[in-house]
Design a protein around this ligand. Structure first.
Ligand code: MTE
Length: 379
C-alpha cells in the first residue's frame, strides 16, 4: 500500500497533464514509497528510511522514463561496438566470469529536490528522496572495453542503450559518458545491488554505475555500448540533463548553447530526523541526516539551531569513502522552550559548501540549498 501525492506525473518531456486523486499502489519488492507516477513507476524514498548507511533494495527510489523491459537472463547479450578493436557480444555468464569489483556509491537523480524551486518547472516533483546509497558489484567498464579489443584512438564517449524502448511521446533512453570517466576503476557494470542480483526495477541484469555522477548516467538494463567521437545526439544528451554554464534570473531560461551536460553532483546534506515542524518536550534532541558530495568527500557537516546565525560541527559516521554518503548526527539540548529554525550544511574536499539557495535552472536540477526545518520545543 503506497500513498500517492496529490500532484502528479510528468513525462520526461512536457508539463503536468493531470491532477489525480490520492491512490494506493503495490509494487512487488518494494515497501510503501511515495508514488510520483504509477506507470511506469516513479517512486520516492521517504526520509525516515535514510536512517542507515546502506539503503535497502526494498526502499530504494525508482525512476524510469519508459515501461521497464522483461529481461531473459539466458538470451541476454551485451554488445560492445563502434570505435573498439573488435566488437563483441557477451552473455551474462561471461560478464559474471570477469573480475568483479564492489563499489559503495550514492545514486541521486539530478532532479532530486526539484519541487522546492520557485518558479516551478516541468519534471517530476521530487522532494528529498530521489537518492540512495548502495553496494554495487560487477565488472569494470575498462575490463569490458579490453574484451572488445580496447578503445580506438579518437573515441571520446561510450553511449549506453538499455532494453527499454521509446514510445510516441517519450524517446528511447540513451546516454553517453566520456571515456575518461568510463575508464575510472570505480565505474562498473553492476550485476548486483546490496548483495543480490539487480532487482528488475533497478536494471536487471546489468546497469551502469557512474559513481559521483547524476542518476541519468546510470543506465539500466544495458544491452549496447557504442564507442564514438561524439556523445549521442538524442533527447537525453542533446536537451535533457543540462545545466546552464552561466546562471540566469529565476524563471529566465538560458540560451540552449549556454547549457552543458551535468557530470559530477553537488555537495549536499539534509535532515532525516526529526521531521519538519516536529514537537518536543524540553530536553536533549538528536538531529540526524546524510551528506554527500558527488565525486568529492564530505569533510564537514555543520548544524545551526538559530536560523544560520551560528554553526556547530555535527558528528560524521566513520565510513569515509569516495562516492558514498556519510551519516551525520548532532546532539542538541535546547536551553528554553520555543520555536527553533534548524539548518544543516556540508562542506567537501573540493572546498564546496552548500549555498543558502540553490541556483534556479530551467529543469530544476542539482537542488542543494541549506535545508531549514522548524522545531517546536515545549515546556
Ligand atoms: N536507464 C534506463 N534504461 N531508462 C531510464 O529511464 N532512468 C535514469 C537511470 N537509468 C533510466 C535509466 C534515471 S533519470 C535515474 S535517476 C536512475 O536510472 C534511477 O535509478 P533507479 O531507478 O535504480 O533508482
Amino acid at each position: 500500500m503506497i500513498s500517492r501525492r496529490t500532484w502528479v506525473p510528468l513525462a520526461a518531456i512536457g508539463f503536468a497533464k493531470t491532477l489525480r486523486a490520492q491512490k494506493e499502489l503495490t509494487v512487488a519488492g518494494k515497501k510503501p514509497l511515495l508514488v510520483l507516477n504509477d506507470f511506469p513507476e516513479d517512486l520516492e524514498t521517504p526520509a525516515e528510511y535514510f536512517d542507515r548507511w546502506i539503503t535497502p533494495n526494498d526502499v530504494f527510489f525508482v525512476r524510469q522514463h519508459l515501461p521497464r523491459p522483461k529481461m531473459d537472463p539466458s538470451s541476454y547479450r551485451l554488445e560492445i561496438s563502434g570505435m573498439v578493436g573488435s566488437p563483441v557480444q557477451l552473455s551474462l555468464e561471461e560478464l559474471r566470469k570477469l573480475p568483479q569489483t564492489t563499489v559503495v556509491a550514492t545514486l541521486e537523480c539530478a532532479g532530486n529536490g526539484r519541487s522546492y524551486y520557485r518558479p516551478r518547472m516541468p519534471g517530476l516533483p521530487w522532494s528529498k528522496g530521489a537518492i540512495g546509497n548502495a553496494e554495487w558489484r560487477g565488472p569494470r567498464i575498462s575490463d569490458l572495453l579490453k574484451k572488445a579489443g580496447g578503445v580506438a584512438s579518437g573515441a571520446q564517449y561510450g553511449t549506453f542503450d538499455g532494453a527499454d524502448v521509446g514510445l510516441a511521446q517519450t524517446p528511447d533512453f540513451i546516454r553517453s559518458v566520456p571515456v575518461r570517466k568510463l575508464l575510472h576503476p570505480a565505474t562498473i557494470l553492476a550485476l548486483e545491488m546490496n548483495g543480490e542480483p539487480l532487482p528488475e526495477l533497478h536494471g536487471f541484469p546489468a546497469r551502469l554505475v557512474v559513481p559521483g555522477w547524476d542518476g541519468a548516467s546510470w543506465v539500466k538494463w544495458v544491452t549496447k555500448i557504442v564507442l564514438s567521437e561524439k556523445p549521442d545526439s538524442g533527447f537525453y544528451m542533446a536537451t535533457a540533463y543540462k545545466y546552464p554554464r552561466r546562471l540566469t534570473p529565476p524563471g529566465v531560461p538560458p540560451r540552449p548553447e549556454e547549457m552543458e551536460s551535468i557530470e559530477g553532483m553537488a555537495v549536499k546534506s539534509f535532515f532525516t530526523k526529526p521531521a519538519r515542524e516536529a514537537k518536543f518536550k524540553l530536553g536533549p534532541v538528536l538531529l540526524q541526516g546524510v551528506a554527500w558530495a558527488g565525486e568529492h568527500r564530505v569533510l564537514r557537516v555543520e548544524v545551526s539551531v538559530d536560523g544560520g546565525a551560528s554553526w556547530r560541527q555535527a558528528r560524521l559516521s566513520p565510513q569515509n569513502l569516495p562516492f558514498a554518503w556519510r551519516l551525520w548526527s548532532f546532539e542538541w539540548t535546547p536551553r528554553a522552550p520555543g520555536y527553533y529554525l534548524a539548518c544543516v550544511r556540508a562542506t567537501d574536499s573540493a572546498g564546496r559548501t552548500q549555498p543558502i539557495e540553490a541556483p534556479w535552472n530551467p529543469s530544476g536540477y542539482l537542488w542543494n540549498s541549506i535545508e531549514r526545518i522548524g522545531l517546536l520545543v515545549e515546556a
